[in-house]
Design a protein around this ligand. Structure first.
Ligand SMILES: [Zn+2]
Length: 407
């Protein structure tokens, strides 16, 4: 029975159609890949996992939380999809984690596929994650920022920034969302167009970055980025090329916001300094440092209040002596939160202007000094935001403690 004759429900991944594409040897090279993407889009799934066995490929995907498994009869399915990814994105990529930008007439030009490839005992495996622009936050309002944080970020980054700011978080997803939200707000004309797109080698968010190996003329890319945005957004995770373009941007006096996946500001600064960035430029251009933490909030239906026990009292008097409350919360789990005790997310931010101590720490390559300088100059502290969230029943005592201990 021909695939087109059958009526398929939106949640149904058409395995037969994929199988036809997988065994089409008539030179329609990209068809297999685009069939995969089309089917994912059509059935409302964004992730597909492929496991190659000797004669067939096991395929798993999830729609509305429901896991489905099927088989494609092809002995080199994983390799075939990977080859098509490279062809479609014109990227030569090592067989590890990679983010591919794909294009076709019937697929959104901003869609990307994150591909994670690895060798298992039975054969190669490939996990494809589709990200479409609809899933990307467009504004700060779409993020679950703590009240007042949204306005603070707009004020600090969009209205008054003339130099460079660094944003640090230990949560890649949180950093990713913030990045796109800021980019969206700064590019009202071009929507969610990303100035410079490039694939990252690890599962860190898609970020603005240039690899001279990929683009023969990096300066032209930088020029375009600067031209099309008021601010440039970048990430430092892969250093060598990163320090190159950031210096270019700073010399052109373009406000720059850079994103760092790091435990804290000190760790992030150590990574930057190790990039061989010109410390003089960094010290003179760095204006603000922002620390971001994201936590899940307690389910309001099963949150229960309690008084702190002796160990908790001890921790409180050492770490949060100003916290005089004796009511904290915990969750038991209920059917409304699927017994996770969690409901929603809360993003907390703290901001510090770069002070003399931080400048001196950059010049003397002291990551600890930088962190200390930051801690002393914080305008709105995460500790205080966490304290009020703990008392409002949004955070459990353990989350509160974990958050403060991590700062
Ligand atoms: Zn609950």
């Amino acid at each position: 029975m021909a695939t087109s004759d059958r009526l398929l429900s939106p949640g149904h991944f058409d395995v037969d159609r994929l199988e036809v594409a997988a065994n089409d040897n008539d030179g329609h090279e990209p068809d297999l890949l685009f069939t995969v993407v089309e089917e994912l889009l059509r059935c409302g799934s964004n992730e597909l996992h492929l496991e190659q066995e000797a004669n067939f490929c096991r395929m798993r995907h999830r729609v509305n939380g429901q896991l489905s498994e099927s088989r494609i009869q092809r002995a080199d399915m994983v390799d075939a999809v990977l080859t098509r990814l490279r062809l479609a994105s014109r990227q030569q990529q090592p067989n590890e984690c990679a983010s591919f930008r794909i294009s076709a007439d019937n697929i959104d030009p901003l869609a990307t596929i994150d591909a994670v490839y690895y060798q298992a005992a039975a054969g190669p495996c490939l996990t494809l994650t589709l990200q479409t622009p609809q899933q990307i936050p467009e504004t700060l309002d779409q993020l679950s920022l703590a009240p007042a944080s949204t306005n603070t970020l707009r004020e600090q980054l969009q209205n008054t920034l003339t130099g460079a700011a660094m944003i640090v978080s230990d949560n890649a997803a949180c950093l990713n969302d913030l990045y796109y939200a800021l980019l969206g707000e700064d590019n009202p004309q071009s929507g969610k167009t990303i100035s410079i797109e490039y694939q990252v080698l690890k599962r860190v968010p898609r970020v603005v970055q240039i690899s001279p190996l990929l683009y023969a003329d990096s300066s032209a890319m930088i020029g375009n980025a600067v031209h099309s945005t008021d601010k440039a957004y970048c990430d430092w995770q892969s250093s060598q090329s990163g320090s190159f373009y950031a210096e270019q941007l700073w010399q052109q006096n373009v406000p720059l916001v850079s994103f760092h996946l790091a435990r804290n500001c000190g760790t992030a600064m150590r990574d930057i300094i190790n990039c061989a960035i010109d410390r003089q430029i960094l010290a003179t251009r760095l204006q603000k440092v922002i620390n971001v933490r994201q936590v899940s909030t307690l389910c309001p239906h099963c949150a229960d209040s309690h008084q702190p026990g002796p160990l908790q009292q001890e921790w409180l008097s050492a770490m949060a002596p100003a916290d005089q409350s004796d009511v904290y919360f915990n969750t038991l789990g209920c059917s409304r939160c699927e017994y996770t005790g969690a409901a929603g997310k809360l993003t907390l931010i703290e901001i510090a202007d770069c002070n003399d101590a931080m400048v001196a720490a950059i010049e003397s390559r002291s990551a600890n000094g930088f962190q200390e300088g930051f801690s002393r100059n914080i305008q709105c502290s995460i500790a205080l935001q966490a304290q009020s969230a703990a008392h409002a029943g949004d955070l459990s005592f353990d989350q509160y403690k974990q958050l403060l201990d991590s700062l």
